[in-house]
Design a protein around this ligand. Structure first.
Ligand SMILES: [Cu+2]
Length: 314
């Protein structure tokens, strides 16, 4: 496909979902250009041909012209039908993933993505997929509306709380593509990024079998994995640097002061409460921007996270 078909579009990496989008875009561009050129040329021609040449050069009274009016109504109507039919066909294709599609569960939250695989592996902000095979993403949101957008694949699908939506693609070559959230979802919406990483099928199998499936490791190791998978790291650093929330470094055992309560020493109960009921005690100098993880983390998960936080000394 030459420059005509990807005019102003990034290189197409999923022809099965994107080829019809690109062809339709090319059609719209070409038709628009022909109309633009036609109207411009006619305008210049008429401006010269019917230029007022003397003082008694009067415009005759013209009320209407049936032939002309029918023509300029019917042609655009046909064009609109073509664009609609073509677009609808592409939309239907996007709604019907092939039967052999590889399924990955996607959970969106403020502000990141968690991808879960059949074997229990979970990865934050990176979705690994095999090349040359259709991949279906089954998506839902833990909080507000988000939208999963991969320009390279020409796919975009809203992700909603309390309801599943899905989208599919087939990346033909190993490589990387950028994922954006394309539904405004709050302060860090523009940082809600992820990558699709496409492997050869063999590499993908190896990658998948090497993933931590959540069960293994010491409690602190599981906790470290959890804060990345659950997206805590979007707002909490582990090295003392300031993000949206306070850093986890040096938190354990320190004296905490609050906007809306007295002060406490950070112990297990305090951290547990901070995770399940973030608004109960708002750390001084911060805003109430954390949502509760009630129902999203088990008691064991919370214990693992606490074990990990304990290891992050100043
Ligand atoms: Cu979002």
């Amino acid at each position: 496909m030459g420059s005509l078909f990807d005019f102003m579009l990034p290189e197409l990496k999923s022809p099965m979902t994107g080829a019809s989008t690109d062809a339709l875009m090319a059609f719209i561009h070409i038709v628009s250009f022909i109309i633009l050129a036609g109207v411009t040329i006619a305008m210049i021609y008429f401006a010269i041909k019917y230029k007022r040449r003397s003082d008694d050069d009067k415009t005759p009274l013209i009320t209407h012209n049936n032939k002309l009016e029918v023509t300029w109504s019917v042609i655009p109507l046909l064009l609109v039908f073509i664009v609609f039919g073509w677009g609808y066909k592409g939309w239907l294709n996007l709604q019907t993933p092939p039967d052999n599609a590889y399924e990955i569960q996607v959970s969106a939250y403020k502000w990141g993505w968690t991808f879960s695989y059949e074997n229990g592996a979970q990865v934050g902000n990176e979705v690994h997929v095999p090349a040359g095979r259709p991949v279906k993403l089954v998506m839902q949101s833990q909080d507000v509306l988000h939208s999963f957008f991969v320009p390279d694949y020409r796919i975009k699908q809203d992700v909603l709380p309390n309801r599943y939506t899905s989208v599919w693609f087939q990346a033909e070559e190993p490589g990387e593509s950028q994922v954006f959230c394309t539904e405004y979802c709050g302060t860090s919406h523009s940082d809600m990024l992820a990558k699709v990483i496409v492997h050869t099928p063999e590499e993908f199998d190896t990658w998948l079998s090497q993933q931590n499936t959540g069960g293994g490791g010491t409690p602190a190791e599981r906790g470290e994995n959890l804060i990345s998978v659950q997206g805590c790291v979007t707002c909490h650093s582990q090295d003392g640097s300031e993000l949206i929330g306070p850093s986890f470094q040096g938190l354990w055992g320190s004296e905490r002061n609050f906007e809306n309560a007295g002060s406490v020493t950070a112990d297990e109960n305090y951290i547990r409460e901070s995770i399940l009921e973030p608004s109960a005690k708002i750390v001084e100098g911060y805003q109430n921007q954390m949502v509760s993880y009630e129902g999203r983390l088990s008691d064991d998960d919370i214990s693992d996270i606490i074990e990990y936080i304990k290891t992050l000394e100043e």
